[in-house]
Write a protein that binds this ligand. Sequence first.
Ligand SMILES: [Zn+2]
Length: 82
Amino acid sequence: MSGCEHAVEYVYQYIDDELTFWRRLRIRLHLKRCGHCTSAVEFERTLKARIAESGKSEPPPELFDTLRALIRQERNTGDSGR
Ligand SMILES: [Zn+2]
């Protein structure tokens, strides 16, 4: 899907509230028609919530393995538009 490769990069900033209003708007529009990126956002949100829940303790290493695998997956599927 076109726009995915950009959206995936912004998704992580989007969750961290680091984007400008217009970029957030663009991502929101993209998420509306792209279940692929929506699931990435949901995954990230769950991940962040879990890290927040665990408080100051270090997140378990398998969390990062899952995250890395997901990012790799996102990159691979997003490459088609380049
Ligand atoms: Zn997408």
